[in-house]
Ligand binder design. Sequence first.
Ligand code: HEC
Length: 447
Amino acid sequence: MKKVLLAATLASSVYAAPAVTFNKDVAPILYKNCVVCHHPNDIAPMSLLTYKEARPWAAAIRQAVVTRTMPPWHADPNVGHYLNDPRLSNDEIATIEAWVKAGSPEGDPKDLPPAPVFKDGWHIKPDVVLTIPETTVAAANQDDYEYIYVPTNFTEDKWVQAAEVVPGDRRVVHHATVSVVAAKDVPKLENPNAHAEEDQFHFRTGKVNHLKMDAPVSDDGCVASNDPRVKDWSGGYLNYVPAIYLPGHLAETRPPGYALKIPAGSYLQFQVHYSNRLGETVKDRTSIGLVFAKEPVEHEVAQYEIWNNWFLIPPGDGNHKVTSCYTLPKDVEAVAYTAHMHFRGKSMQTEAIYPDGRHELLFSVPKYDFRWQETYFLKQHFILPKGTKLITTAYFDNSANNPLNPDPSKAIRWGEPSNEEMMGFWLAFADVDTTKQSAQAARHPER
Ligand code: HEC
């Protein structure tokens, strides 16, 4: 850091100290941490690939990195260490500051490293791309969950190392979850009513489900009310999700040796949440790209999706607490975490209570932002033994002070549209080969 500041101070002096330039010092940082989103036709509003494109943004870039609003990252860095943590080091921030202070010079073209190349919207290099048939998203379609089934035609089991969902039309694809389903289940799932919640507590409008306002309430998933009509107060659902598209979510790359299995002959279910506010009908073809494991796979990855679906957030409440509780049915190795709420989500934390009574804070998103829903891949995996209780605590801001709040005057219950709420913590995990490692040996202080 010292060196860089010194260079900046001396840049304009008679001593020809090497100035901090775009080509030599700044471009490598932007290429590594920023251009994944900041290139033409991606999610960011401007490209930062070239000097010409970046120069007008110099002051804004400085501001964004000094305040650490860019690159976006929402997990508390003091709780857990993550493989995909994109945050800049203090030295990198100092370099950008020095560059802007020196008048944002371009520097010698010979110093410029080759720019990363992005192709057809992908941030990975897929071995296979599977795309839904062209789907009409009507102008009137403001909130629909469509379920679309695409055969993989895989004749052997495939192991997915990395995957990414790329929306056909970003303007209307609100989210897309791609799950693996067996071919034999597809006819049943294709029934138009297959995804309707069927009990007395839910209702459906168009193609989305909601919980009724007068359904039983349990904000604390650990102390569920004992209303016998509710089967699952706080549940963990097993799911096999190669990739998901959520706001601000990048490609998912699992560490070497870890992969998700797509059995031969499987279908992929694309659950696409369309929300068309364009006032015109458009067509969408959303795709998933898959990168197959090139090395032997030792660990199959799956996911527990842990929810509280029975909360009630009162109107105007700026700090409403909701918890979920799930006791692991077997030993698992923790691989990644995702926090999922909608516009009123404010923060989320997950704590483990181990069978020996020890408590450990695993994950914390102190300032949840609906626009940035990352999956956080753990640097160091560790064992969560059978019987570990995972307690997730979320806070919601349903007050008028929340600028994203669609309507502070409403009481809010679970619902699929984004202007209602969800409370989910997803744990990506691998099964534990108990013959190879003991739970104790796999624990590691740095993760
Ligand atoms: C994961 C994608 C992503 C990454 C990585 C990313 N950005 Fe952004 N950036 C965005 C999006 C989307 C916006 C517009 C929405 C917003 O401002 O939240 C944005 C906005 C900005 C803005 C405009 C803020 C303003 O004043 O309007 C600046 C400057 C910026 N980014 C700089 C950077 C820099 C510098 C990096 C790397 C150090 C970076 N971004 C990394 C997605 C990204």
